[in-house]
Write a protein that binds this ligand. Structure first.
Ligand code: PNS
Length: 170
């Protein structure tokens, strides 16, 4: 039987425990899962592409059927390039649904044979997003339990560096 390859595309800025929960779930149902970080020059990411890749490589090292890659252009084109037949996306709350449905249906219009598979992360991550993690970290709140320790550490370093930069620019 053919291997079922799925891609899990996203910004992962930074990777959260919600992302890792979904990667763990996806790795159980797909033969191969490619975590695909979007190279998006329009967004102004906190972490560079290389930093996100290094973090995700380390965080997924224990999953034998998961690998990390970067891509640009259309998700459907990247999926074809790596031989994927499915796109994995997480749905946390009803509020995600509209945007996710729009993307899934547009991707289906572009590439009808590519299926989008939605999975729900564990309940404790249903309110978690990279955007909120960045905001809380910048404002000095605790992000313990929301991101892996390695990401917590990198965030702390990044924010310290930004503060030093701001002082030097004054
Ligand atoms: O983590 P995000 O930011 O919610 O991920 C969004 C992502 C990367 C899945 C989406 O922006 C995407 O697929 N971008 C690639 C360009 C593309 O294919 N656009 C058309 C989507 S219908």
């Amino acid at each position: 039987m053919n291997k079922v390859i799925a891609i899990y595309p996203g910004s992962f800025d930074p990777p959260t425990n919600g992302h890792l929960d979904l990667i763990a779930r996806g790795s159980k149902i797909f033969d191969e899962l490619v975590v695909a970080i979007l190279r998006n020059p329009e967004k102004n990411p906190l972490f560079s592409l290389a930093e996100r890749r290094v973090m995700l490589d380390a965080l997924t090292a224990d999953f034998t059927n998961v690998r990390v890659d970067t891509f640009d252009g259309l998700t459907v084109d990247y999926a074809t390039q790596v031989g994927a037949s499915a796109v994995l996306r997480g749905i946390r709350a009803l509020s995600d649904y509209e945007y996710e449905l729009q993307m899934a249906l547009m991707n289906r219009k572009l590439r009808p044979e590519l299926e989008t598979v939605f999975m729900m992360p564990a309940n404790q991550y249903s309110y978690l997003s990279s955007h909120l993690v960045r905001e809380i970290a910048h404002l000095g709140g605790s992000i313990k339990g929301l991101v892996p320790e390695m990401v917590e550490e990198r965030l702390r370093e990044k924010i310290e560096a930004e503060k030093i930069d701001a002082v030097l620019k004054k």
